[in-house]
Design a protein around this ligand. Sequence first.
Ligand code: F42
Length: 144
Amino acid sequence: MAEYLPSTRDWVREQVELYERTNGAEGNTLRDTGLPVIIVTNTGNKSGAIRKTPLMRVKDGDNYVMVGSQGGAPRHPVWVHNLRANAEVEIRDLSEVHPMRVREVEDGAERSRLWALAVEAYPPYQDYQQRTKRKIPVFVAEPV
Ligand code: F42
């Protein structure tokens, strides 16, 4: 069984801990925005370790849309590399944990549709994309 290596960012590690300890009753929004957050359990592409990444909750039917924004930083968050290497993840949405398979969205029309859903759920994504030349990666997670 791989080891869980918590995020090196305190506020991220603490949010994951609170979310899981309360079975989704607490820690389930982005700070005081009231906007819902999911926890994506993924596999480190170098360490093989278990990583847990909070992301904004963007639903598309039974699927989830995951946006590698990192606030519009010039580099992808490293969880993007994890998902590109290991498509099997678990998504915790409040008290439910679902095994999901992710794929990166390449098709332009699909990406536009999913991007609109993401921006509707979390408007700052739009600002983040305008802030960086990096094309923010979009993944979709589908139930297995
Ligand atoms: N980030 C987003 O990009 N999009 C969101 O919608 C989003 C929402 C969100 C909501 C709440 C919250 O608390 C955080 C949120 N974040 C969002 C931030 C997100 O959760 C991540 O913390 C952030 O994107 C940084 O992710 P990261 O994957 O770059 O994590 C860093 C800080 C980290 O933990 N690095 C570790 C370290 O030791 O430095 C390594 C982590 C890792 O996965 N390592 C890989 C391995 O093999 O284990 C190797 C990775 C590689 O290839 O280098």
